[in-house]
Design a protein around this ligand. Structure first.
Ligand code: SAH
Ligand code: SF4
Ligand code: F3S
Length: 473
């Protein structure tokens, strides 16, 4: 099997050297002051970013930093940013304004920005002009160079900007610190080629490229032997996994391979695009007992003219047909989705089509968004941008249609027993554990920290719109 696309061993070794150099500087600091430097990462955006942050954390720990929960105590601060909607960007600017004061109190503080937002020229310009207290800026394609950029900054004491316009080779084997011990995310591909007209992701994450199946399988095997039971395979559009690789591989085949890995008990993935969700994938989901009975299948809008303007390349009828096919093969599957309301030109009647899809597809959950104009995308210059108050009114109608359906589906679970993986202690009540059913529904049940990472039989005793309440049986 040919290892195309991957970064050279020399470059990785070079980065390793920079990590050592920064570590030495930090060690000197420790010897002088008797304390270890602390770092804090704030992650905005999707699971892709969350997983990148695990890599950043891994590298920083290798460089001798300790993690702190309190940003104000940190010597090194990273914001891993998102730009999918305007409010994600506003939060970053807001926080940065605040950090300016913090840095005055602790001039040793170093601030780094990375992630999707940094791939936009206008953002870089703003940071250079208005946020001069930022020390290091890099993007989505060169995260593996963190140590080198930190070292340059330490040596020169001048801001370092390193943004690549295009992706380089795929980087394997970065040290990673997982947020959870027993569950992990694994990138299977990077980037997106779909260019939905509202979406900035293809511009900031570059073209689609898949990792070699063998690298993915090896990574998952290593995770399994480290105690990981649940794997989430990540890609903006997992259904096109394998395109451009030398191997004859599809996402469905990859799922079947991952299903064979000993120690892995649950396999999840996101995200699927409806336009190329194949029968082969539906059959693989049906046949592989470890693949969870949940699919996240964003439909965005129900009206065919809007779907066309969104460049989604499917129709409302195709989407509903897909849902029926999936339900026929996997009757107990949970279906979740993403919806955008207020795309340019969208009328109240057109939103009725979205509501119609909601009623027909019967979603178990949905992320709903008001359209946010992203400069540089085709939709940003379309006529008839929808006034905020109209978008909000339609958005509320969408929620009114969604919530009772989600609630009823949740309530249908009351009285039944499900396998639940214990995730965490509930943030409201220490005597409760939060966990996930195989279909990804959230459940709270009595328990303690020692149960985290194990799977229990839980009987559902009550239901709310966004979660279930259960008890161990
Ligand atoms: N690749 C994934 C999703 C990536 S972004 C997919 O295609 O399904 C996550 C969600 O953000 C999208 O599904 C969409 O619903 C929403 N989104 C993307 N761009 C947006 C915009 N400009 N305004 C509002 N929501 C947007
Ligand atoms: Fe954005 Fe569409 Fe790509 Fe998803 S598939 S990341 S919505 S362009
Ligand atoms: Fe994810 Fe936001 Fe980037 S949704 S891919 S972090 S723009």
């Amino acid at each position: 099997m040919e290892r195309n696309n991957n970064i050279s061993a020399e470059e990785l070794a070079r980065q390793q050297e920079f990590m050592e150099k920064v570590k030495d500087i930090n060690e000197e600091f420790y010897n002088k002051t008797g304390r270890r430097k602390k770092m804090h990462i704030t992650t905005f955006g999707c699971q892709m970013n969350a997983h990148d942050s695990e890599k950043l954390l891994g590298m920083l720990k290798n460089m001798g930093y300790e993690e702190t929960d309190e940003e104000k105590d940190a010597d090194f601060i990273i914001y891993n940013t998102c730009c999918v909607r305007e409010n994600a960007e506003n939060k970053v600017y807001g926080n940065l304004g605040y950090l300016k004061h913090q840095k005055k109190e602790n001039p040793e503080m170093r601030i780094a920005l990375c992630g999707c937002m940094m791939q936009q020229d206008v953002v870089l310009q703003t940071i250079k002009e208005k946020y001069k207290h930022v020390d290091i800026v890099f993007g989505t394609f060169n995260l593996y160079k963190l140590a080198e950029l930190m070292y340059i900054n330490m040596e020169t004491n001048a801001p370092v900007f390193d943004i690549w316009k295009e992706h380089g080779e795929i980087v394997e084997d970065l040290p990673t610190i997982r947020h959870f011990k027993y569950k992990a995310s694994v990138n299977i591909m990077f980037g997106c080629n779909n260019f939905c007209s509202y979406c900035i992701v293809p511009y900031v994450r570059g073209r689609e490229r898949s990792r070699c199946p063998q690298d993915i399988i090896n990574e998952i095997k290593a995770l399994a032997s480290d105690g990981v039971k649940e794997i989430t395979l990540l890609g903006q559009n997992v259904n096109s996994y394998g395109k451009g690789l030398d191997d004859e591989i599809t996402f469905a085949k990859l799922l079947r391979m991952v299903n064979e890995i000993e120690g892995i008990e649950r396999i999840r993935f996101m995200t699927s695009h409806p336009k190329d969700l194949s029968d082969e994938l539906i059959y693989a989901m049906r046949d592989c007992e470890k693949v969870c009975n949940h699919i996240h299948l964003p439909f965005q809008a129900g009206n065919n003219d809007i779907l066309k303007k969104m460049n989604r390349r499917y129709t409302k009828e195709h989407y509903i047909g897909l849902v029926e096919k999936i339900r026929r093969e996997i009757p107990d599957i949970a279906l979740t989705t993403d919806i955008i309301v207020g795309f340019p030109g969208e009328t109240a009647e057109q939103v009725d089509d979205t509501i119609d899809v909601i009623k027909k597809a019967k979603f178990n959950g949905a992320f709903t968004f008001i359209y946010s104009k992203r400069t540089g995308t085709p939709a940003a210059i379309m006529e008839n941008q929808v006034p905020e108050k109209d978008a909000k009114a339609n958005f509320n109608r969408v929620l009114e249609a969604l919530n009772p359906i989600i609630y009823d589906l949740n309530c249908a679970k009351v009285g039944k027993v499900y396998k639940v993986m214990a995730d965490d202690v509930s943030s409201n009540d220490e005597s409760y554990i939060t966990g996930r059913l195989e279909d990804n529904s959230l459940v709270h049940f009595k328990g303690d920290r020692s149960m985290i990472g194990d799977i229990f039989d839980v009987k559902i005793i009550d239901c709310k719109t966004f979660y279930l309440i259960g008890e161990r049986v």
